[in-house]
Design a binder for this molecule. Structure first.
Ligand code: PBG
Length: 339
């Protein structure tokens, strides 16, 4: 048989035909911008490893939130950096903590903007790990894997999530990777009249080298060891399904996959298996890569960002948490990108 010539290419040649056959689009409504808020800061400080991203004061974070809303971005996710860290993480659930104060302010100034809070302990712990560390008999903090006390940490995470909901957070997003934390958070929210506050679970969070710039931004690098005892092995996909399954059963409303670059098969698998809302977190290292190469003039940041983010939509992401959100919103003339 003679292979039919131009069988697929003839669908690509006419500009308008390409348009009507477009399968996926990147929209402003897909975007969530992460913002870092630092207690005790006098004026915004640019993050060295993430040029164009800032540590904000409470007031300037609220101003930025207003600008993002005006650009058509539907939501933000907040990360807090407290002025004092310790081994108990108490600054994370104080009613007057940096996140709680900032949420109240932003919700007052932008009531319609979706305010998501990251629920984790790493920024609040002097040792930078995502939970309470078990003590050794000698009284020394343990550094070997398995040293984070799962259940003690979960109790604390539930307290943090409740304090965020009390401050007015619209959605809480636990990012610690402890077992059982979604159930614990759901139960404490329900008991305290926050049945309507949904949970985005970072159910699938890989132990990734792509988080390095974030750890400077949030000042949360572990002072010893790494996070491999609680974050996932990049080699595993079936385990990602089990993580998502468990969290959905515990009451997670949305599942987040993180990082995004290199993990879009995981977005695809979860979406196809559970048909639940799935978000992609395009992390700090992904931002830094494109930013640095574009500053050297090696690549076109706009084209590359639109392409990679469109790829996440194609993989099945309903929304994308991305440091490029503001730029994308400025680039999208007619609120959408498909080529
Ligand atoms: C933990 C948390 C991290 C990120 C989001 N939440 C860091 C980590 O696990 O080390 C990383 C996000 C990014 O790299 O942009 N609270």
């Amino acid at each position: 048989m003679k292979y039919p010539e131009l069988r697929l290419r003839r669908l690509r040649e006419h500009f308008a035909l390409r348009k009507i056959l477009t399968e996926h689009t990147l929209l402003k409504k897909d975007l969530i911008q992460p913002l870092f808020v630092k207690e005790g800061l006098v004026k915004p400080a640019e993050i060295t490893s993430m040029p164009g991203q800032w540590q904000w004061t409470e007031n300037t974070a609220a101003d930025e939130a207003r600008r993002l809303e005006a650009l058509g971005i539907p939501g933000i996710i907040l990360f807090g950096i407290p002025s004092k860290k310790d081994k108990t993480g108490k600054a994370a659930f104080s009613a007057n903590g940096i996140i709680q104060k900032t949420v109240r302010l932003i919700k007052k100034k932008c009531p319609k903007l979706l305010v998501i809070t990251d629920v984790c302990l790493c920024e609040y712990m002097s040792h930078g790990h995502c939970g309470i560390l078990k003590k050794r008999e000698s009284g020394k903090w343990r550094v070997e894997s398995g040293s984070v006390d799962n259940d003690a940490t979960v109790r604390l995470l539930a307290k943090i999530a409740l304090s965020h909901a009390r401050a007015g957070a619209d959605v809480v997003a636990p990012s610690d990777m402890m077992d059982g934390r979604v159930a614990a958070i759901r139960s404490v929210l329900d008991k305290n009249h926050f049945k309507r506050v949904p949970i985005i679970s970072y159910a699938v969070k890989y132990a990734s080298s792509f988080y390095a710039p974030f750890r400077e931004a949030a000042q949360s690098a572990p002072s010893f060891g790494d996070r491999a005892s609680y974050q996932m092995n990049p080699a595993n996909a079936a385990e990602a399904i089990r993580e998502a399954d468990t969290d959905l059963k515990e009451g997670a409303d949305m599942i987040l996959v993180k990082p995004a670059l290199g993990y879009s098969d995981i977005i695809f698998r979860i979406k196809n298996k559970f048909h639940c809302p799935v978000g992609a977190y395009s992390v700090s290292g992904e931002y830094a890569l494109i930013k640095a190469a574009s500053q050297k003039g090696w690549i076109d940041a706009k084209k590359m960002v639109l392409e990679t983010h469109l790829g996440l939509k194609r993989a099945g992401a309903n929304f994308i948490i991305t440091y490029w959100a503001k730029d994308i919103a400025e680039w999208l003339e007619d609120t959408c990108h498909s080529e």
